[in-house]
Design a protein around this ligand. Structure first.
Ligand code: ZN
Length: 432
């Protein structure tokens, strides 16, 4: 029974629990670094031919925990189940590198400020409901930890991860709901153009969906002030304090983290509402199959050939990331089957240069870099993002037709079969 859904809640540890969890967070990070060093050492020793996995490292861990040496008390302090989970997570990190679809990079050593994460397997947990709004989970060696039950768990708990960001602790459960994908909802499909100027334009709508600014003007001003203060305090720490962080500097860092965490929550809130609405009310959702990593490459260039417009490009990259395109796609991929919809990622080439009236693609139809689309062939004019969303819908519709036709008569031609294979192989695509 595997977890098929995640549920995240705000946790409210007591001051003692907070202290213990913070300590464990650092222990888990230290263990990660130690285990990674060990794996790299073994690999170097055997000229890259041998590799250690968590099974062997868990045995080693038990040996170390039984060692009476006082200097490694910290390893004993961390619950065994959480420690083993750190090693298993490292296995997953290494497996991801081998997966060409994910383009994962090598696991890295974790810095002190990387945030605390502790995972516990279901066997060691117990969850109880206190009343309508509160519940608590029993964590080994910590006791009952209260959390705000903002929605029902809706399944069997398979794992639990405690994490901390700028706003405090959160508890996330991996839950097995056993939910089957819903039958097709029979609603008309749509194409969505995700952008920076216009957050999202749905082809069936006349106005764009705009993401409200993730920080208010006052908060942006405050963030700038805090960043400046942090820079000043860092300089002081380096020059006058031998690199030691003052309590005031720590406070500034915490204030920045809280502001950024709130910003992230607002972004996620908008994204969840947008993707749920798209999946719930459309038979299929066409999106552009974009490579965000390539789109957000820095313009920095090399020392020999420095790039141009570096600051402008990094501002654009920030704006792209502000709309979390990868997260939108991830959410659509799991929400579409839930609501009887389909996610159809289409080829993004020339979507904003194709005329929805006459169907001709011409770069000249986009004058300058504005948001205006003016067809040079038939004279049709509209907002560029809207025309793009209509073209995306058309491509998504054709994609659906290809699938239906080819699955009905697979022997019709190699080209049809190829499309189907490509669709099936495409990640995060639900083809009913
Ligand atoms: Zn035209």
């Amino acid at each position: 029974m595997k977890a098929d859904m995640g549920r995240k809640y705000r946790a409210y540890p007591t001051p003692e629990q907070d202290e213990i969890l913070t300590r464990w967070g650092h222990h888990a990070r230290a263990l990660w670094n130690l285990a990674l060093e060990h794996r790299m050492m073994v690999r170097r020793k055997h000229d890259g031919r041998s590799w250690v996995w968590s099974a062997e490292q868990c045995v080693l861990l038990t040996e170390i925990r039984n060692d009476p040496d006082e200097s490694i008390n910290w390893i004993r302090d961390l619950p065994a189940s959480a420690a083993q989970q750190v090693l298993r997570q490292m296995d997953e990190a290494f497996k991801r590198i081998a997966n060409p679809k994910l383009r994962a990079r090598n696991p890295k050593f974790k810095r002190r400020n990387c945030g605390a994460h502790l995972t516990f397997p279901a066997q060691r947990l117990k969850v109880r409901k206190l009343n309508r709004h509160w519940a608590s989970v029993r964590i080994p060696k910590l006791g009952w930890l209260r959390f705000r039950l903002s929605r029902a768990l809706g399944g069997t708990v398979r794992s639990c991860t405690l994490s901390r960001n700028g706003l405090g602790w959160h508890v996330a459960f991996g839950v097995h709901t056993g939910a089957k994908s819903a039958p097709p909802n029979g609603k008309p499909g749509c194409g969505v153009d995700f952008g920076v100027h216009v957050s999202a334009w749905v082809s069936t709508e006349t106005a764009p969906r705009l993401m409200p600014s993730s920080l208010t003007d006052g908060e942006q001003q405050r963030l700038r002030t805090l960043e400046r203060r942090k820079a000043r305090q860092l300089t002081y720490a380096k020059k006058q304090n031998g690199g030691t962080y003052s309590n005031r500097l720590r406070k500034t860092i915490a204030q920045i983290a809280a502001l950024k965490a709130r910003q992230a929550r607002r972004r996620l809130d908008f994204t969840h509402k947008l993707t749920t609405d798209l999946a719930k009310n459309h038979g299929f959702v066409g999106i552009e199959d974009l490579r965000v990593l390539n789109m957000t490459k820095s313009a920095k260039g090399t020392v020999a050939a420095p790039g141009r417009g570096v600051g402008r490009k990094s501002g654009l990259n920030r704006a792209i990331y502000d709309h979390i395109p990868g997260e939108r796609r991830r959410q659509l991929a799991y929400k579409a089957p839930m609501y009887g919809s389909q996610l159809r990622p289409v080829a993004p080439h020339g979507t904003s240069q194709t005329c929805p009236e006459c169907g001709k693609r011409d770069p000249r139809s986009r004058v300058g870099c504005g948001r205006e689309f003016a067809c040079v062939h038939c004279g049709h004019t509209d907002h560029a993002d809207k025309t793009a969303s209509i073209e995306i819908e058309a491509r998504a519709r054709r994609m659906g037709d290809t699938v239906t036709k080819s699955t009905r008569s697979p022997a019709r031609g190699a080209r049809g079969r190829e499309t189907v294979t490509r669709l099936r192989a495409a990640p995060a695509t639900h083809v009913a």
